[in-house]
Design a protein around this ligand. Structure first.
Ligand SMILES: Cc1cc2nc3c(=O)[nH]c(=O)nc-3n(C[C@H](O)[C@H](O)[C@H](O)COP(=O)(O)OP(=O)(O)OC[C@H]3O[C@@H](n4cnc5c(N)ncnc54)[C@H](O)[C@@H]3O)c2cc1C
Ligand SMILES: NC(=O)c1ccc[n+]([C@@H]2O[C@H](COP(=O)([O-])OP(=O)(O)OC[C@H]3O[C@@H](n4cnc5c(N)ncnc54)[C@H](OP(=O)(O)O)[C@@H]3O)[C@@H](O)[C@H]2O)c1
Length: 448
């Protein structure tokens, strides 16, 4: 028997576990999927937007994998930090695959970005997704105008959630406090701002189009911004997704007369943030410098500035991996160094240690991108199986973890959380509603 720990139960962890058990070359591989949270599914539960029901339902596919007879979910066990160290984990398992994601925010490095009212989209997403580490602030309180910095899919998600009307999120699993704050929101203008042009935006066309299909919001674009993009006039040579994005933006620019909607999403380009402005100790807007293409795919500043007023500033400028104590880390890339998924220590593969997902590749790619990534890592591990099986490991890893003071939440505990969330939703006259705090989750899992 080969016993493997997969650390992280997001898509890359679950796909790794699946690749390890759904093969015949190495019989009887047993996998424990560990997570620091008592709940599985990573960003599918705590990142994918609540109004994207179809993508959210991918949790059902991940659930089927985690219910495999040779896979066990072991929640509420952190690796690194205050948890079990990577070295000790290797005493319990023949191999360990790190699939811990890259769920921290990136900073802009401009004055004022830490003012109250200026936050990362990461924190905003965690709040409306009920992540138990989220700060309980009511993000939209008092704001009438919001600036979202960045033009990737996370920016589109948060702009869309901000522009949703009261009632639109009621059928989702958004936690009650966030639902109340969003329903009471006075935000009527959302500015989504890119430092480069529409042909270089990172969002995908399906997600972009959705902004124009919202019942209570219209999209506006500035023709003057678009004119700066050389590819806007002639998008023929662009990659397909960029060409389609340009077509969608063009249709909005050419639309005649504003639609009568209460909320507006203003899509802006060629503006780079230089300062978050302050009034009364809070964020009051963002100063942008007008940029122009530099001819090499980037932009250069022009020395002309534009201020956009906003009481809520969200930077959606990407995620980053964080070092896990005891594992090597490439700080410049925010990833664990590896060769085909084998963790490299000082350039040499470390026996029994592997990596997959965002912490292997960096924080880009949709859920499906993690499947081939996980498969590559599982392939490396399986090729190493004869040597791995010779390693001496503890007879019962869960008993040892408990003896070391951990209190794992296993699959029945998670199912109890699901039931508690369904019951909470029932009492609130909603569908399933997420429990947003550690104590509530652990109590629901039977760990009072
Ligand atoms: C806001 C947002 C929305 C997205 N929406 C979509 C979408 O709609 N469609 C789509 O296709 N893609 C979407 N993506 C991309 C998709 O979520 C990622 O490709 C995917 O989640 C990456 O998988 P992962 O397993 O590497 O990381 P994650 O999903 O982040 O999973 C990592 C897991 O590791 C656990 N963990 C972390 N550290 C430790 C530790 N020290 N010990 C134990 N456990 C640990 C975490 O709790 C987590 O469960 C979105 C991404 C973001 C950020
Ligand atoms: N529905 C979905 O499928 C979905 C939803 C959410 C996320 N995701 C995926 O998750 C991944 C992460 O998404 P993401 O939106 O966080 O990252 P992303 O796609 O990398 O987009 C980041 C955005 O931030 C901008 N940016 C970076 N640094 C900046 C700075 N200093 N100043 C101003 N702008 C800056 C980037 O502009 P530049 O291009 O100029 O650097 C880009 O527009 C992506 O692969 C995404 O597709 C998918």
């Amino acid at each position: 028997m080969l016993r493997v720990a997969v650390v992280g139960s997001g898509p890359s962890g679950v796909y790794t576990a699946q690749s390890l058990v759904e093969q015949t070359a190495v019989p009887d591989v047993r996998v424990h999927v560990l997570d620091r949270l008592p709940c599985p599914y990573g960003l599918v539960r705590y990142g994918v937007a609540p109004d994207h029901e179809k993508i959210k339902s991918l949790q059902n596919n991940l659930r089927t994998v985690l219910e495999h007879e040779r896979i066990g979910f072991v929640g509420n066990v952190e690796v690194g930090g205050h948890g079990v160290t990577p070295a000790r984990l290797l005493e319990l398992y023949h191999a360990v695959v790190y699939c811990v994601g890259a769920a921290r925010d990136r900073h802009l490095g401009v004055p004022g970005e830490d003012l109250p009212g200026s936050c990362s989209a990461t924190d905003f997403v965690s709040w409306y997704s009920a992540h138990p580490d989220a700060t309980p602030d009511a993000f939209v309180l008092g704001a009438r105008s919001a600036v979202v910095i960045g033009v990737g899919n996370v920016a589109v998600d948060v702009a869309r959630i901000l522009a949703r009307g009261p009632g639109e999120l009621h059928p989702t699993d958004v936690p009650e406090a966030a639902l109340g704050a969003l329903a009471a929101s006075r935000v009527r203008e959302v500015h989504m701002v890119g430092r480069r042009g529409p042909s270089q935006a990172k969002f995908t066309t399906k997600e972009l189009r959705e902004l124009g299909a919202m019942p209570q919001a219209r999209v506006e674009v500035e023709p003057a911004d678009l004119a700066l993009d050389p590819a806007y006039a002639d998008p023929a040579g662009l990659p397909a997704v960029s060409r389609r994005n340009v077509e969608v933006v063009r249709a909005w620019a050419e639309a005649t007369g504003p639609e009568p909607r209460e909320r507006v999403i203003r899509l802006r380009f060629f503006l780079r943030p230089v300062e978050v402005l302050e009034r009364g100790g809070r964020a009051a807007g963002v100063r942008f410098e007008r940029t122009v293409p530099d001819g090499a795919g980037g932009v250069r500043g022009t020395g002309a500035y534009e201020d956009i007023e906003a009481q809520l500033v969200l930077r959606a400028v990407g995620y980053r991996g964080v070092p896990l104590e005891g594992l090597p880390f490439d700080a410049s890339r925010g990833t664990v160094p590896h060769a085909a998924g084998r963790v490299l220590r000082d350039g040499v593969p470390s026996a029994g240690e592997y990596v997959a997902g965002w912490i292997k590749r960096g924080p880009t790619g949709v859920i499906g991108t993690n499947r081939p990534c996980a498969k590559e890592t599982a392939g490396s591990l399986l090729a190493d199986a004869p040597a791995l099986a010779r390693r001496t490991v503890a007879a019962d890893p869960l008993a040892t973890l408990r003896a070391w003071g951990h209190r794992p939440v296993e699959w029945p505990g998670w199912l109890s959380i699901e039931q508690a969330e369904a019951a909470l939703g029932h009492t609130l006259g909603r569908g399933s509603v997420k429990i947003p705090d550690w104590s509530g989750l652990l109590a629901a899992a039977g760990q009072d």
